[in-house]
Design a protein around this ligand. Structure first.
Ligand SMILES: NC(=O)c1ccc[n+]([C@@H]2O[C@H](COP(=O)([O-])OP(=O)(O)OC[C@H]3O[C@@H](n4cnc5c(N)ncnc54)[C@H](OP(=O)(O)O)[C@@H]3O)[C@@H](O)[C@H]2O)c1
Length: 324
C-alpha cells in the first residue's frame, strides 16, 4: 500500500494507491467496473469527469484538465461505441470522435507528466478472416470487417500512438484489447445492444408477459467468447502493475460458447420457462470469434468469473437498475 508520500516515491501502480488516477469514461460498462475495482483496492484519489463536465473531443479543454489536475496514471475507457447499425449509419462519428478522444488524452497525458497510461481497444481491430484463436500479431495482416472499420481504424491508431510515444519518449503507454464484455452497466437498449444483454432483456420481458416463446435470429451455431467486465477490470489493474511492453495485449476468457448455449444459459438464469425458437432464415454472422489470450496468461493473469456466475450477477443488476 502507498503511504502519504507514495505519489512521489512509489515505483509500481499498486504501491501508489494515493496517487491520482484518471479513469476516462467512468460511467460506461468498462470504466465503471475499473472504478469499482480501484476503490476496492483502496485507490483513494480517483479523478473522474462525466462527458458533460469534460468533452474529451475538445483538445483545449483536455489540455487544461491535465494541466490543472496532473494525474499520475490514466486508464482510457472513454470511446464512442456501438453496433454494426450505428457504425454503418455514423461512420464519420466513429472514426473522428474516437481519434479525437484518444489523441487528446494520450498526447496531453504524456505532456503533463502522467507516469503510465493504459489504452483500451477491442477485438474488432483484427482482420475479418484472422486465424482463430486470434493472436496479437494478426494485427494489420489483412483487411478488416468493413462494417466497423471506422471504429477499428481509430482503435488501431490508438495502439500505434501508444507504441510511438513509447519509442520516441520512452513513455509507459500500453494497450489492452478486450473480447466481448458484459456485466453491470451494460447497454440493455431494445434495438442497439450487444447479443448478451439483448437476449437477457428479451427473456426477461417474455417471462413478465407470460409469453410462450422467444424467437432468436440465426441457427445459434456461431461461437463467441465473453468476459465479465469485473474480470476485465482485474486484468487492467494487473497490466498497470506488471506490463510495460510495446505490443498490445489481448484480454479474453479463452472460453467459447455457441450462441445457442449462451441463449439457454441466459434463459435459465432469467427463469423464462417458455420455448426458445431459432429463426434459421436470418443471418448468423461470423462463425467463430475467439481471441488468443496466452500472452496475458503467460504474464500470470487468468479470469475468475464463470459465465453462469457472471450472468446471475448481471441479471441481478438488470432487475435492480433497468427501468422495467
Ligand atoms: N463493451 C464491450 O463489449 C467492449 C469490448 C471490448 C472493448 N471495449 C472497449 O472498452 C471501452 C469502453 O467501452 P464501454 O463498453 O464501457 O462503452 P460505454 O459503456 O459506451 O462507455 C463509454 C464511456 O465513454 C464516455 N464518452 C464517450 N464520448 C465521450 C467524450 N467525447 N467525452 C467524454 N466522455 C465520453 C461515455 O460517456 P457518455 O455515455 O456520457 O457519452 C461513457 O461513459 C471502449 O474503448 C471499447 O472499445 C468494450
Amino acid at each position: 500500500m502507498g503511504g502519504p508520500n507514495a505519489d512521489a516515491a512509489g515505483d509500481s501502480f499498486l504501491s501508489e494507491r494515493s496517487a491520482k488516477v484518471f479513469v476516462a469514461g467512468h460511467r460506461g460498462l468498462v470504466g465503471s467496473a475499473i472504478v469499482r475495482k480501484l476503490r476496492d483496492l483502496g485507490f483513494a484519489n480517483l479523478v473522474l469527469r462525466t462527458h458533460a463536465e469534460l468533452d474529451l473531443t475538445r483538445q483545449s479543454d483536455v489540455e487544461d484538465f491535465f494541466a490543472s489536475e496532473k494525474p499520475r496514471f490514466v486508464i482510457l475507457a472513454a470511446a464512442k461505441v456501438g453496433g454494426i447499425h450505428a457504425n454503418n449509419t455514423y461512420p464519420a462519428d466513429f472514426i473522428a470522435i474516437n481519434l479525437q478522444i484518444q489523441t487528446n488524452v494520450i498526447d496531453s497525458a504524456h505532456r503533463h507528466g502522467v507516469k503510465k497510461l493504459l489504452f483500451l481497444g477491442s477485438s474488432c481491430i483484427y482482420p475479418k478472416f484472422a486465424p482463430q484463436p486470434i493472436m496479437e500479431d494478426a494485427l494489420l495482416t489483412a483487411p478488416l470487417e468493413p462494417t466497423n472499420e471506422w471504429y477499428a481504424i481509430a482503435k488501431i491508431a490508438g495502439i500505434k500512438m501508444c507504441q510511438a510515444y513509447r519509442i520516441q519518449y520512452s513513455w509507459d503507454a500500453i494497450s489492452g484489447m478486450p473480447t466481448n464484455l458484459y456485466g453491470p452497466n451494460d447497454n440493455f437498449h431494445p434495438e442497439n445492444s450487444h447479443v448478451l444483454p439483448a437476449l437477457m432483456r428479451r427473456f426477461h420481458e417474455a417471462k413478465v408477459r407470460g409469453a410462450k416463446e422467444v424467437v432468436v435470429w440465426g441457427t445459434g451455431s456461431p461461437l463467441r467468447e465473453f468476459l465479465h467486465v469485473d474480470d476485465l477490470a482485474d486484468a487492467v489493474v494487473f497490466l498497470m502493475e506488471k506490463y510495460s511492453g510495446l505490443g498490445h495485449v489481448n484480454v479474453g476468457s479463452g472460453k467459447e460458447v455457441t450462441i445457442k448455449e449462451l441463449a439457454e444459459l441466459v434463459k435459465e438464469v432469467v427463469g423464462f420457462e417458455g420455448q426458445l425458437v431459432w429463426d434459421s432464415s436470418k443471418p448468423d454472422g461470423t462463425p467463430r470469434k475467439l481471441m488468443d489470450s496466452s500472452k496475458l496468461a503467460n504474464l500470470g493473469w487468468t479470469p475468475k468469473i464463470s459465465l453462469k456466475e457472471g450472468l446471475r450477477d448481471t441479471y441481478k443488476w438488470y432487475l435492480e437498475n433497468v427501468k422495467q
